[in-house]
Design a protein around this ligand. Structure first.
Ligand code: FES
Length: 198
């Protein structure tokens, strides 16, 4: 039933069940998954998810769920894009060359996205899987450097990321935030989970 999927408690349960399944078998997960409608089953299996980004204003971020993971969609301001030039020499993998979470070719650029202003990333830290917090306000503040230009902060072990999800040097997180496959169906419709068809 639809409400089962919208209920965070049930979703957590499913996540836990999957983890246990790796050790003790997957039989217990089947009845729950079978209660999904066909489209929900497809989503859980990794079907692409469409997001309406028409109302997303500069400086705002929205979150959609894809494959059980939070995917951030952020419309960056010109100042925020400018800050990426400054962080270029401070991040561990400025050109997204590491292969643990391969960055799609169309996002291997300074802003790590197809359209410079629109950032799309899986909001899960590459260290141990916490979800980093938004720290968009620049300047000195607790746990961040005095010259902070805006970005994301993982509260679990202190990793910091710039506004393109690039991890700063000498932090526990080994990699940049993952950029999922995505493509634009129109100016206001984004498809996450699928690259543009050739
Ligand atoms: S999980 Fe993010 S720093 Fe450890």
């Amino acid at each position: 039933m639809a409400e089962s999927v919208a209920d965070p408690a049930r979703r957590t349960w499913l996540t836990i069940t999957c983890g246990v399944g790796a050790v003790g078998g997957v039989a217990t997960a089947v009845p729950f998954v079978a209660s999904f409608t066909p489209s929900e089953r497809a989503k859980a299996a990794g079907a692409p998810v469409e997001a309406d980004i028409g109302g997303l204003k500069p400086g705002e971020k929205m979150v959609v769920e894809w494959r059980g993971k939070p995917v951030w969609i952020m419309r960056r301001t010109p100042e925020q894009l400018e800050s990426l030039k400054k962080s270029e020499s401070l991040v561990a993998d400025p050109k997204s060359e590491r292969t643990q979470y391969p960055t799609p070719a169309y996002a291997k650029n300074q802003w790590r996205s197809i359209k410079p202003e629109l950032f799309v990333a899986v909001g899960i830290c590459s260290h141990l899987g916490c979800s980093p917090s938004d720290k968009f306000v620049s300047g000195p503040q607790p746990s961040l450097p005095d010259d902070w230009a805006g970005g994301f902060f993982c509260p679990c072990h202190g990793s910091t990321f710039d506004l393109a999800g690039r991890v700063f040097k000498n932090k526990p997180a080994p990699d940049n935030l993952e950029v999922p496959p995505h493509t634009y169906l129109s100016d206001s419709r984004l498809l996450i989970g699928e690259d543009k068809k050739a």
